[in-house]
Design a protein around this ligand. Sequence first.
Ligand code: ATP
Length: 238
Amino acid sequence: MSELILERLVVGYGDGAPVLDGLDLTVADGAVVALLGANGAGKTTLLRALAGLTPARSGRILLGGTDLTGLAPEDRVRRGLALVPEGRGVVVELTVEENLRLGALWRHRGAARQRALDEAFELFEPLARRRHAAGHTLSGGERRMLALARALIAGPDVLLLDEPSLGLAPLVTAHLLGVLHETAARTGTTVLLAEQNVTGALSVADRGVVLNLGEVVADRPAAELSGDPRLRHAYLGF
Ligand code: ATP
């Protein structure tokens, strides 16, 4: 079980005022959650705090009952958390396949490693066609797909994604989010998806969580949230 619980989480940068000031959030095991909110609402900060890149000043982060709050980023990865930061996550000197092997290295051995690779290429067809291409020759969409595939191949319990659709064409975005949805459903991976693309994110999420000034102002089923004009207008800008 990997229910994720954030309790009164306080996070900030340097001596500055807290960005997240006592945030409470529970994410059910296997849920796909769209993390929404205007620029500066604290979405990236929340993902960084979960991954251990920006330490919590106080409060607790529990994953499947284990307290992760004081753990180093690599220890959180070992406990099943994976972060795909905005616009990065691909080694440009390596080929597509080498990038995926890198992602699969530590979790799988021998035949299982090859199986994980084959599965990734099945799911992400455009990557299979370019498996021997170097990272620097990939388009923006292909890079984003590779970063996602690389994180998924390690089989994380919780996947943290920061703006995976940023700068991508609508069709590429739809494909990427579709694959994410399918994989999460198939593997039971819990996903926290920070997105400016509200419609896209809510179309693949079970729940939508809206942040405003570092607080959760809504936590509702995705369909309900996208159908609420008041919330959309107040916090999501459409
Ligand atoms: P965006 O969609 O623009 O990335 P966001 O919801 O992810 O927005 P954050 O990036 O978490 O929001 O930013 C929340 C607040 O924290 C903002 O006021 C921002 O200026 C501040 N902040 C973010 N990163 C840093 C940093 N490294 N140092 C100081 N302040 C920061």
